[in-house]
Design a protein around this ligand. Structure first.
Ligand code: ATP
Ligand code: MG
Length: 331
């Protein structure tokens, strides 16, 4: 496949985890659009709970999104039958998850050889190739152990070997170096880099590590199930705030990261001061910016909204008469 062709794309991706429990449904993805070109390495960054793992599972066809579509090498996965989907995935993509990558009753070697067996490779040849890859990843002495007998970092490397053994065109990985020490992590990255540069393998990596992020061509920043920003080549995770580009989707929606919103002066009404091709200037409509951050513009109410008790000038936070919380009101 040529460069610049899309290997993976998602359109209006939504995912809701339905729950009967008290906390109700969780909307984990809120209308995401994204694509990965053939040979590109893309990082997904964002805080815990922002939807990174959910996104990866939907993109890899392991979970059906509640709405929206995902295409792998130009084929819409949401329209494929189970068997077609398995076949397309097997030929194209490999996964490395946060956990649960290995079959517990098989040795490390058999875990790595198994995807090749599914492709019809002979047991002897599959084991030979699996062994070579495990040696490459520094696991020569642990090959015959069951996953439960391996450390977290060793299991992670076996999972990486299992993902790489089929020469996938795309690797989806959730914190692939999460449980590795810095040296092992660097070795895994070197292997990724070689596959990326020499074999044009595409990557979509969830990461908190600046070294992993640095390996990627660009990064998408996820927060509360939305992409809020995109960061270009050579960015550092620690410097995300300075290298930001905001994403505006086809619907015209833009989500502002909280720190940018704070710097602008908070949510509220904004007047379009100037709009031109490739340029938009917003001006705050004076006094109508709701200050959610600047508490000094809000003061404690002088009376209780429930029982009308009149507070004196103290800073008590709840009503001594009825126990209601003392609200903040505009100064
Ligand atoms: N099986 C599930 N059932 C219900 N809610 C879920 C389920 N899995 C995830 N969630 C919720 O969906 C949201 C996104 O979760 P997700 O696992 O995608 O986050 P994440 O960005 O991968 O976080 P982390 O960095 O901690 O791995 C969270 O609010 C989470 O609580
Ligand atoms: Mg996760």
């Amino acid at each position: 496949m040529e460069n610049n062709q899309e290997i993976l794309s998602a359109d209006s991706l939504y995912h809701v985890y339905e729950s009967k429990a008290e906390d109700g449904n969780v909307v984990a993805l809120r209308g995401l659009h994204m694509s990965v070109k053939s040979g590109e390495a893309v990082a997904v960054v964002g805080p815990s709970g922002s939807g990174k793992s959910t996104l990866l599972k939907c993109l890899g066809g392991l979970m059906k999104p509640s709405a929206g579509s995902v295409s792998l090498t130009g084929r819409n996965m949401t329209r494929l039958t189970g068997a077609e989907l398995v076949e397309l995935r097997r030929k194209t993509v490999s996964f490395i998850f946060q956990e649960g990558n290995l079959l517990p009753n098989m040795s490390a070697l058999d875990n790595v050889a198994q995807p090749l067996r599914h492709q019809g490779v002979s047991p002897r040849e599959a084991k030979r190739r699996a062994g070579e890859l495990l040696i490459d990843l520094g696991l020569e002495s642990r090959m015959h152990g069951l996953p439960a007998m391996l450390s977290g970092g060793e299991q992670q490397r076996v999972a990486i070997a299992r993902a790489l053994i089929t020469n996938p065109k795309l690797i989806l990985a959730d914190e692939p170096t999460g449980s590795l020490d810095p040296i092992t992590s660097r070795e895994v990255l070197a292997l990724f880099k070689r596959l990326h540069e020499e074999e044009n393998v595409s990557f979509l990596l969830v990461t908190h590590s600046s070294e992993v992020a640095d390996f990627c061509d660009r990064a998408l920043e996820l927060r509360d199930g939305r992409f809020i920003a995109q960061h270009g080549e050579g960015f550092e995770v620690a410097e995300l705030a300075e290298s930001r580009e905001l994403l505006i989707d086809e619907m015209g929606m833009v989500s502002l990261p909280p720190d940018i919103l704070l710097e602008m002066g908070g949510p509220g009404r904004w007047v379009v001061d100037e709009v031109a091709e490739r340029r938009l200037v917003l001006e705050s409509a004076e006094d109508e910016v709701i200050s959610v951050f600047d508490k000094s513009r809000r003061i404690l109410s002088s009376d209780c909204p429930a029982c009308k008790y009149e507070y004196d000038d103290t800073n008590v936070q709840s009503c001594p008469e009825c126990g209601a919380t003392r609200p903040l009101v505009k100064a």
